[in-house]
Design a protein around this ligand. Structure first.
Ligand code: FE2
Length: 248
């Protein structure tokens, strides 16, 4: 059984809670769809924790930390520059720092395995394209994206979990009681976000894939600790903490 997680965004408390949930399940492989860092207070710790996952893709915030960030709003960009500073701290061991930068630099943008494809954003633009629930009304966009998917595509980036089917329907996890059985239709699955959910549910989100069954998991974590850490770091705006409490 696989765990597929995404958008950790330097939220160590959320990642630890998800890892504990994964440990209690019969999971042998962990896939991360990118954005390990950005926004949150613990970039180094989160990178160190994902290094032994089977797959870790590159996300747009991970890329932003390595190169000149483009297309980010001011608070996200400020968080990216702060993140870069944390990865360059003079007090840290040089080899440890190099290992983290090398790890980020080697991340793939797309992974394909049999019927399954894994991206951060979309099959069309793996790093940067958002596929939101309301895009089911944008037939042209969805048809083009589905045309690039052989069968099933797992993605993140929007922080809004759910299932998109080829006949342009969207199902939120609650609507399907957190379980979805893949069938013969092409399907996109947004696995939601571990460290900054934006679907109105503050709990960390990820999915378990067991054969053809997808299970959405919601995991409570010590959100107040993360919020207090963000408040204490001037370069991370307070809003980045407040939004965690409401899942927005
Ligand atoms: Fe993200």
């Amino acid at each position: 059984m696989k765990a597929i997680i995404s958008d950790i965004h330097s939220n160590l408390e959320a990642l630890q809670a998800v890892m504990a949930d994964i440990k209690e399940s019969n999971i042998d492989e962990i896939y991360c769809l990118g954005d390990v860092i950005g926004y949150g207070p613990n970039p180094r710790e989160c990178i160190d924790m994902v290094m032994d996952f089977k797959v870790v893709l590159l996300g747009n915030h991970d890329q932003g930390a390595m190169f000149d960030p483009e297309g980010f709003n001011p608070s996200a960009e400020r968080a990216i520059f702060w993140t870069r500073e944390q990865l360059e701290l003079p007090t840290e061991n040089r080899h440890v720092k190099e290992r983290r930068w090398d790890f980020l630099a080697e991340r793939p943008r797309i992974v394909k395995e049999d019927n399954f494809m894994f991206v951060h954003g979309s099959a069309r633009n793996p790093l940067n394209e958002y596929v939101f629930p309301e895009d089911i009304y944008n037939q042209r966009k969805m048809e083009r994206i589905f045309a690039l998917v052989d069968k099933y595509c797992f993605q993140g980036h929007t922080h809004v979990p759910g299932i998109f089917t080829e006949n342009l329907q969207f199902h939120s996890p609650e609507e399907i009681d957190y379980v979805y059985r893949l069938d013969s239709r092409k399907t996109l699955c947004n696995v939601g976000s571990v460290g900054q959910p934006r679907d109105g549910d503050w709990r960390a989100c990820y999915v378990q894939l067991d054969g053809d069954t997808i299970r959405f998991r919601r995991v409570e974590y010590d959100v107040e600790t993360t919020i207090q850490k963000i408040y204490a770091i001037p370069d991370l705006e307070n809003f980045l903490g407040d939004r965690l409490r409401d899942g927005r």
